[in-house]
Design a protein around this ligand. Sequence first.
Ligand SMILES: C[S@@+](CC[C@H](N)C(=O)[O-])C[C@H]1O[C@@H](n2cnc3c(N)ncnc32)[C@H](O)[C@@H]1O
Length: 384
Amino acid sequence: MTLTNHTPAYVTNRGAAYCGDALALLAELPDESVNLVLTSPPFALQREKEYGNRSQADYVEWLAQFARLVQRKLKADGSFVVDLGGAYETGSPTRSLYNFRVAVHFCDQLGFHLAEDFYWHNPSKLPSPIEWVNKRKLRAKDSVNTVWWFGKTRWPKADVTKVLTEYSDRMKKLLEDPAGFYTPKKRPSGHDIGKAFAKDNGGAIPSNLLQIPNSESNGVYLRGCKTVMAKQHPARFPAKLPEFFIRFLTEPGDLVVDIFAGSNTTGSVAEREGRKWLAFEERRDYLAASVFRFFGEEADDEGFKSAHDAIMDGRQVDLRRVVYGEPKPTKPANGSHYPIKPSQSLLLLNEGGTTAGLKSNRPVASVNYRKPGRTPKRKSLLSP
Ligand SMILES: C[S@@+](CC[C@H](N)C(=O)[O-])C[C@H]1O[C@@H](n2cnc3c(N)ncnc32)[C@H](O)[C@@H]1O
């Protein structure tokens, strides 16, 4: 899907990234068209440092403007997932309640339903704030973000079997030898631990504490940034975070939107997971660098530069994978940029989650084959 009144900075087989104010871009989407809005807004304190000067006092109302629109655009069984880092009050070792106020306001005033509160523990987070933790040693380090999962209704679509985790060693032993492990009995709590407990369900139900170190290599993205001397996005979340919610709350073909996309981690995961996606980001430099996430490992400096320059110049980059048998476009639309090397048009992530990285127009296992000579129809991202 492309928004009627805006040109995307880049398009892929499954998604489009737009530069602009998320409020204006969200307004363009048809109502009840989105399955999942998953985002990490500028946090109250970060706004002071990085993106302007929004104080904690008016933060909730600022974010609520977006949330009202999100609510209209979500399908009835759609979800809104918001990752918010904790913060301290200015000048004192007391916690700000802004992230909790967001949850209360969204439910009490906007009519969202808190489906579940998640906590993202980032064990690799550096100790902060320095004053209270390192210097005065008055507080423990703050390494947990609140991640609110809101439903538009009380019954958002969800399937926890899609995000099972590895069994504990104890459970693995039980599954190997249920009889030898223990005799089924009643626990002091009254729960009946019967034989059914020894059934292998393919993995354990995850908890709402997500332990994900933010120490991913971000290989191609960082290499691209280095090549074009672009600043890396300062507040990226790890791919495992959107991956969890995309798998949990959507199905292949569903539409996922990140309204504060930054380096477009969400879009790149959605692409790999076979979901349609849209990304909105107000800073063109962040968006121009985010295109590298869709490049294969073999991407070269020339490819990085040409795509980055095109986006910075306001031209659209088309990264849709060449489909075998599909006639190649001969005349790019005005203002469009097509990657200059054949390999660059084949740089998307394939269905299995690894980069396609093809050197030629060889067929890709995951593409839809079309009969040679027939004009390809681009499917709307919003079509079922
Ligand atoms: C915390 S970052 C998101 C980082 C992202 N999750 C990632 O992994 O790269 C928030 C982003 O929201 C963007 N932003 C702030 N206000 C915006 C607005 N009104 N419309 C679109 N983007 C906005 C900022 O420029 C910033 O890049």
